[in-house]
Design a binder for this molecule. Sequence first.
Ligand SMILES: Nc1ncnc2c1ncn2[C@@H]1O[C@H](COP(=O)(O)OP(=O)(O)OP(=O)(O)O)[C@@H](O)[C@H]1O
Length: 329
Amino acid sequence: MIELRGVGKVFGHGGRRVTALHDVSLHVPQGEVFGVLGRSGAGKSTLLRCANLLERPTTGEVRMAGQDLLSLSPGELRQARQGIGMIFQHFNLFASRTVEGNVAYPLEVMGLSREAIRARVAELLSRVGLSDKARAYPAQLSGGQKQRVGIARALAPRPRVLLSDEATSALDPETTRSVLALLKDLQQQLGLALLLITHQLEVVKALCGSVAVLEGGRLVEQGRVQELLATPESRLRALCFPPLSPQEAAVGQRVELSLTDAHARSPLISTLARRFDVDVLLLEGAVERVGGARVGRLLVELHGAPGAIADARTFLRDQGLTAGEAAHG
Ligand SMILES: Nc1ncnc2c1ncn2[C@@H]1O[C@H](COP(=O)(O)OP(=O)(O)OP(=O)(O)O)[C@@H](O)[C@H]1O
């Protein structure tokens, strides 16, 4: 479990102060993947560095398993840090060490026996699918393979919490998908609390149960991914389905539909056609599957008698489908 309570971070002195984080609070229970989504400069790296105390927050508390990390002595903090694994965007591998040497490193620091290290490294490389690369050096690996080594190394000390700093930002889309699938499997098998920061919406959709949106150092929205995507006015939904182009609307005919899973499961178009005697033209939009549920945004045009169109629009509004209607009315 990792918890941030009212964390703030100010860099610099006097007139050259930058407030990178304002009053950030979040909670990641064991077994949960929590994403922090933000643009460049939003404060993501600072947040992650504050979470493992590479950077000391100016205000607030950082708790792991109920323990306030800021109150620990340097020795106690070193001990506590063994419970926190880190995965980096640029992998941060030792170029002069082999794959197995990289994964072994944190175990050597912990003072484990050679035998114990050998067994643990072999187990980890098998978990991440790199047993055949044990003797290779990082320069001989692809980006995806390097990140798998990074993940194996982060897991070596059996952490309860994993922090991921843009783990897939340097990878191509297909490799990103395979690394995300690996992270998801490992997180589920090991029951880790995973806090990841990313600017990639894809990562949130593929992996996260909960998400917070970071803007200008503040968490401006947070909640369950499914619930936020089902909320028409949420920021996450707006990021996922950017507003559709209004085009030259025939007045009153064009309607933007915000679909939740329940809507996507109902025979919406045929219901409109049968019940209201209108034809429905699909103009633009998308329906996506996120964590087993469907969500979407569609721009449609209704054709038929004015009264029928009005009735169909009332029906759509009553079903909670037309949050974006005003923009195209
Ligand atoms: N050591 C520092 N000293 C002064 N200002 C800093 C320091 N580190 C970060 N900042 C400032 O804090 C703000 C947030 O930076 P941060 O690196 O956390 O953002 P980010 O969301 O991770 O961005 P990116 O995705 O581009 O890495 C920025 O305005 C940055 O200039």
